[in-house]
Each structure stands twice: as C-alpha cells, then as structure tokens.
Design a protein around this ligand. Structure first.
Ligand code: AMP
Length: 213
C-alpha cells in the first residue's frame, strides 16, 4: 500500500499514520519528523531548514524532495509506505509521481483527513509529543492517562512543538490553504482521492480510514 496522507496541520495525519504503521507494518515517512531530527542533530540540512520551519513556511523543495528520494530508496519501503506531510505543493506532488514512476511503484491513494478549519487551532495548541517514542497526545481531546507521562512507553517528557505557537500556526494554516489544499483536486483528477471525516474519536477515524482503503 503506497499512500499519501493529506490534511491541514492538526488534522491528525501523524496520529493516523503512526497507527497504520504499527498495525499494518508499513513505514510512516514524515518529512516533518525527518526535518525536526535533522534540526536537533544540527546537520547542514537541518540548519538550512530551521528558519523556514520556525516561521511556518515550507522548506525548499530541493531539500525535502532529496530527503524523500533517499528515504524511498531504503529497503523497508519496498512493500509500501505512508507519506505524512509530503507532498505539500503541486510541484512536490509532480516530483513524487515522477520518482515513483521511475521506481515502477505508483501511488495507490491520496487520503484526505478532513477537519473543519475552526477546530485546527485548538488541536495544534493542545498537541504534545513524547520525546522518547513519538506518541502524540492532545491535552484537550486525548490526554495521557497520567498527566505528563506517556501511556505507550512511560516517558516523562511530553513536548510541545516549537512551531505549535499561535503566530506560527496562523502562517502554517495559510500556507496549507494556498499551497497544499490544491493537492485535493490533483489526486481527485487522478481518481486516487479518498476523503475521511477527521473529527471525533481517533479509533473511529482509523476504522473509517481503513474501510476506505
Ligand atoms: P509537519 O510536522 O508536517 O507539520 O512539518 C513541520 C514543518 O516542517 C512545516 O511547517 C514545514 O516548515 C516543514 N515541512 C514538512 N514537510 C514539508 C514539505 N513536504 N515541504 C516543505 N516543508 C515541509
């Protein structure tokens, strides 16, 4: 299964991608996670990407497309992958199609996780990620059982992402509307679009999603 997960920041793409990865054994490839790891490690790529990420802008295509090209060349993606946060613009989607055509592995579906714009701000400001295992929480909607402690691994460092502040969020949502939302029509035109309502319980959304696949 070769999937792209589409949706605004805060729509729950990462949460659903991680569930799919755990339960279907298909790797999640998140450009956001890869970029954050590069920033944390202080690599040259991370240094180049940091300013755009802090401002909520898109990182240059050559950086993210190169990253995806390298990642999709790794053997664990041979039986499929879930792209989360890539592509984020029409040029990136075209580059992906070309890359997958060369590999003889076309995309199966573009899955839109559809969430009303008004609920995104609260979803983003409430978001927390376990520094140890990457499990995601939301202090308003899906908190851990014990405050500050990860249900999955027991880690006690639930972090708030630097770019989940109101000012940067506003810009990220605008970038999504202008550059990423057109991908819905792009995949519709290819007959690959599936749309899943992204409000409500995480498990319900997962069930809806897998029923569509
Ligand atoms: P995410 O974790 O997907 O919300 O991504 C966090 C940030 O990383 C974004 O706000 C962008 O600055 C950058 N980023 C992630 N994926 C991409 C991409 N496909 N193209 C450009 N920038 C990206």
């Amino acid at each position: 299964m070769r999937l792209v997960l589409l949706g605004a920041p805060g729509s729950g793409k990462g949460t659903q991608a991680k569930l799919l990865m755990d339960r279907k054994n298909i790797p999640q490839v998140s450009t956001g996670d890869l970029l954050r790891a590069a920033v944390k490690a202080g690599t040259e790529l991370g240094q180049k990407a940091k300013a755009a990420m802090d401002a909520g802008e898109l990182v240059a295509d050559e950086i993210v497309i190169g990253m995806i090209r390298e990642r999709l060349a790794e053997p664990d993606t041979a039986n499929g992958f879930i792209l989360d946060g890539f592509p984020r613009s029409i040029p990136q989607a075209e580059a992906l199609d070309k890359m997958l055509e060369e590999l003889g592995q076309p995309l199966d579906k573009g899955v839109l996780i559809d969430v009303a714009f008004d609920s995104l701000l609260k979803r983003l400001t409430g978001r927390r990620t376990c520094a140890d295992c990457g499990q995601m929480y939301n202090v308003y909607f899906s908190p851990p059982k014990q405050e500050g402690v990860c249900d999955r691994c027991g880690g006690e460092d639930l972090q708030h992402r630097a770019d989940d502040n109101e000012e940067t969020i506003t810009n990220r949502l605008e970038v999504y509307q202008n550059q990423t939302a057109p991908l819905v029509d792009y995949y519709k035109a290819q007959g690959k679009l599936v749309s899943v309502p992204g409000e409500g319980d995480i498990e319900e959304i997962y069930t809806r999603l897998t029923e569509e696949l």
